[in-house]
Design a protein around this ligand. Sequence first.
Ligand SMILES: C[S@@+](CC[C@H](N)C(=O)[O-])C[C@H]1O[C@@H](n2cnc3c(N)ncnc32)[C@H](O)[C@@H]1O
Length: 277
Amino acid sequence: MEESPPATSDLAAEVAAIEWYHTMELAPGVTTRGWLDTRPVAPTVPFPPSLDGKRCLDVATFNGFWAFEMERRGAAEVVAIDVLDPLRWDWPVGSDQETIRIIGSRLAGGRGFEIARRALGSSVERLERSVYDLDPDDLGHFDVVYLGSLLVHLRDPVAALERIRSVCRDMLIVVDGIDLLLTLLLPWTPVARLDGKDRPWWWYSNAAGLGRLLEAGGFDVVEGPRRMFMPPGPGQPRARPSLRLLRSRQGREAILMALKGDPHAMAVARPRSGLQP
Ligand SMILES: C[S@@+](CC[C@H](N)C(=O)[O-])C[C@H]1O[C@@H](n2cnc3c(N)ncnc32)[C@H](O)[C@@H]1O
C-alpha cells in the first residue's frame, strides 16, 4: 500500500534535518536546499518527446531528481539504483576516514530519496546496486537509461558503461563532469585528467573523451557531447572571486562553480548492435 504524504509542517522538518544534493520542490513552500540545482537543466536534456510506456533506469540516483523527472514525463516504470554505503564507492587507497564520513554524510543513507519519494507520491523503485553489477538477468532491460554525474566518480568508467550497455535496449542519456580547459584546448582529441587523490573523483575527460568513453563501452554516440554547466544550488556556499582564489586550480574551479556551475557535457548514445558478448 502507498504511504500517504506527510503534513507540510512535518515534511518541512524532515527536509530541514538532512543535507540535500538535489533541489526539489516537494510540496508548496517546501524546497530542498540542494548542493546543485538541476531544475533549469531538466528541460534541456534530450529525453524522447514522450516516455509513455517506457521502462527507465536512473543510475546513481542520490535524492532521485532524474528518476522523478522520468516518471513525471510519463515513464511506465522507473527503477533507480544507488550505492547507499559510501564505503563501497571507489575511494583511492588510503583515503582518510574523516573525508569519507564528511563526503558520505550528504547521502544520509539514502534518506533524502525516501522523503522525496513519499512527498511526491512517486512509484519509483530504488534498489541498492552498484553500476558495476548491472545485469539483465537481475533487472531486465530498460528502454531509456539516465546516467548523471557518476563516471567522474568511478575508477573504471568503461567497465561501468559496458554493464549499462548490457541492460540498455534503446537509449542512454549521459550528463557527466568534464575538464573544461582540456575541452577548450583539445576539442577533437579524447583525453582525461586523473584526480584519484583522497576522494572518489577519478577521470575528468574532455568532451571528446566522454564521447570516446561511450564508444569504448559499446555505444554509438548519436548526439553531443555538448558542453553545459550544472548550476549550484542553495545548499552550496558560493566562493567570492579573489586574487588568492585565482592562484590555485581549486580556487579557479570554485569561482567557476559559483558563477556558472560545474562543467559537464551531455550526450545521447545507443547500444551498438552485433557486439560480443
Ligand atoms: C554526484 S552524485 C550523482 C547524482 C545524480 N545521478 C545526478 O546526476 O544528479 C553521485 C552518486 O553516485 C552514487 N554512486 C557512487 N558509486 C556508485 C556505483 N558504483 N554505482 C552506482 N552508484 C554509485 C552515489 O551514491 C551518489 O548517489
